[in-house]
Design a protein around this ligand. Structure first.
Ligand code: FAD
Ligand code: GLY
Length: 394
C-alpha cells in the first residue's frame, strides 16, 4: 500500500525509477533543464536497452492497424539525428548512427506477396518504398543469395549502436549532475493533500530507505508492474515479451558483408541483420510470450542462423560472438504508456515494446515538457496511461 500521509524531506526534484534508455534519456533532459534528478536502478545488466538491435525503423516496422504508433515513430526518427549529435557532444563519444536504410527481402513468392501487401499499406501512409527485383537487391547487397525473390528499399530507416547509445546517455546524464542510486524502487509514496489520489511524496527502495521527491517518473520497462503505487491498470498493461538475438563479428581483415539493415522473410519467418561500423552484425530476433524468462535456447539460435544464412550465406563465415535475450515492455495495443498517472506528480514512461531505442529522445522531450508544466507533442495523445483505466484498449 502507498504510505498515505507521509512527510518526507524533499531530496530531489524528481526521482526516476529505471535506467534503461528511456529513464536515462529523461534524466539527462530533466537535469539539463535545471532539475535536481535522482535515478534509481539496480543495474543488473538485464535492461532490454542493452540487448536491442538498435534499428530506428518507423517505416519497415509499420504494421497494419498501428497508425498512431507510426506517427509517433516518424516524429522519433525525425528527432533522432539532432538528439544524437547533442548527445555525442555531451558524452564525448560517438553512438554509431547509420542512415543507409533498410532493405527488406523476400525469400520465396509467398514471402514476396506478403511484403508487397505490407508495402502498399506503408505507401498509403505516405512512406517511401522502392520495389526491387532480385538482381537490383544484389546490386545493393552483393552477398545476398540469387534465390532471393525480390525486395523493397525503405530508405528512411536508420540504426544506432544501442550499447554505445546507452553508454553515451549514462555519461551525459552523469555530466549533467544526475545522481544514480543502485537499488530497486518498490513503491511510489504518496501523501494526502486533499485531492483525489493524493500527491507523490517520493519512493521507497528495496533496501528500506526512502527518497523524497515531488515528482516521480516510472521508466522501469517490463518491470513497471512490480512497483506498488503505480495505478493497477497500468501495472497490468505492461508485460515482458522475450526476444532472443545474436551478435556476430567479422573475422579480422574481412570486409563488411552488408551495409544496409536487411530484414528478410524466409518461408513466413522474419529475421533481421543490422550492421555496425565496428564489424558487428546483429541478428534477431524471436518474439515470445514466456513471462520474465531470459533463457537463450538452442532452437532459437538455430532458427535465426538458418534464416539469416538462407538469404545471406556468407553469414556462416562470421564469428558467433554473443547470444542474448531481452524483455521488451509490451502493451495490449503495442503502444507506449507516456504521461501523468494516478496521484499528482506521478508520470509513466514505459511500454515502448519494439521501438524504445527509437522513441527514447521524443519520450524524454515529452516527459521533460510535462515536468516543466508544458504540453507534450500531440502525437502522444493516444498513448496516455489512462487509456487502460476502465474502457480497455481503444
Ligand atoms: P529497459 O531497457 O528494460 O530498462 C528498464 C530498467 O529498469 C532496467 O535497467 C532495470 O534494471 C530497471 N528496473 C527494473 N525494475 C526496477 C525498479 N523496481 N526500480 C528501479 N529500476 C528498475 N527497440 C528499438 O527501437 N529498435 C530495435 O531495433 C529494437 N530491437 C530490440 C530487439 C530485442 C531482442 C529486444 C528485446 C528489444 C528491442 N527493442 C528495440 C526494444 C527496446 O529495447 C525497448 O523498447 C527499450 O529498450 C525499452 O527501454 P526501457 O528503458 O523502457 O526498458
Ligand atoms: N524492433 C526489433 C525487435 O523488437 O526485435
Amino acid at each position: 500500500m502507498p504510505a498515505k500521509g507521509v512527510e518526507l524531506a524533499v531530496t530531489a526534484d524528481v526521482v526516476i525509477a529505471g535506467g534503461g534508455v528511456i529513464g536515462t534519456a529523461i534524466a539527462w533532459r530533466a537535469a539539463q533543464a535545471g532539475l535536481d534528478v535522482t535515478l534509481v536502478d539496480p543495474e543488473r545488466g538485464d535492461a532490454a536497452s542493452l540487448v536491442a538491435a538498435g534499428m530506428l525503423a518507423p517505416v519497415s516496422e509499420a504494421l497494419f492497424g498501428e497508425g498512431a504508433l507510426l506517427r509517433v515513430n516518424l516524429l522519433a526518427v525525425a528527432r533522432f539525428g539532432l538528439f544524437a549529435a547533442e548527445l555525442e557532444e555531451a558524452a564525448g563519444h560517438q553512438v554509431g548512427l547509420r542512415r543507409e536504410g533498410t532493405l527488406a527481402v523476400a525469400y520465396d513468392p509467398g514471402d514476396y506477396a506478403a511484403l508487397v501487401r505490407l508495402t502498399a499499406f506503408r505507401r498509403s501512409a505516405g512512406l517511401d518504398a522502392e520495389e526491387l527485383d532480385s538482381r537490383a537487391c544484389r546490386k545493393l547487397e552483393s552477398f545476398l543469395t540469387p534465390d532471393v525473390h525480390g525486395g523493397v528499399l525503405f530508405a528512411a530507416d536508420w540504426s544506432v549502436d544501442n550499447r554505445r547509445y546507452t553508454a553515451a546517455l549514462r555519461a551525459a546524464a552523469a555530466r549533467a549532475g544526475v545522481r544514480v542510486v543502485r537499488d530497486r524502487v518498490t513503491e511510489v509514496l504518496t501523501r494526502d493533500d486533499g485531492a483525489a489520489g493524493g500527491r507523490v511524496a517520493g519512493v521507497r527502495l528495496a533496501d528500506g530507505g526512502d527518497i523524497g521527491a515531488d515528482r516521480v517518473v516510472v521508466a522501469a520497462g517490463c518491470w513497471t508492474g512490480t512497483i506498488t503505487g503505480v495505478p493497477a491498470s497500468a501495472r497490468a498493461a505492461v508485460r515482458p515479451v522475450k526476444g532472443q538475438l545474436l551478435r556476430l563479428r567479422h573475422p579480422r581483415g574481412m570486409p563488411p558483408v552488408i551495409t544496409h539493415t536487411i530484414r528478410a522473410t524466409v518461408r513466413g519467418a522474419d529475421v533481421y541483420l543490422v550492421p555496425r561500423a565496428d564489424g558487428e552484425v546483429v541478428v534477431g530476433a524471436t518474439s515470445e510470450e514466456r513471462g520474465p524468462d531470459r533463457t537463450v535456447t538452442a532452437g532459437a539460435v538455430h532458427d535465426l542462423l538458418r534464416d539469416a544464412m538462407s538469404v545471406l550465406p556468407v553469414t556462416s563465415e562470421l564469428e558467433l560472438a554473443e547470444t542474448c535475450a531481452g524483455l521488451r515492455p509490451g502493451t495490449p495495443d503495442n503502444g507506449p504508456v507516456v504521461g501523468e498517472a494516478g496521484p499528482d506528480g506521478l508520470l509513466l514512461a514505459t511500454g515502448h515494446y519494439r521501438n524504445g531505442i527509437l522513441m527514447s529522445p521524443v519520450t524524454a522531450d515529452a516527459i521533460a515538457a510535462r515536468l516543466a508544466g508544458q504540453a507534450a507533442a500531440p502525437e502522444w495523445e493516444p498513448f496516455a496511461p489512462g487509456r487502460f483505466d476502465t474502457e480497455g484498449v481503444r
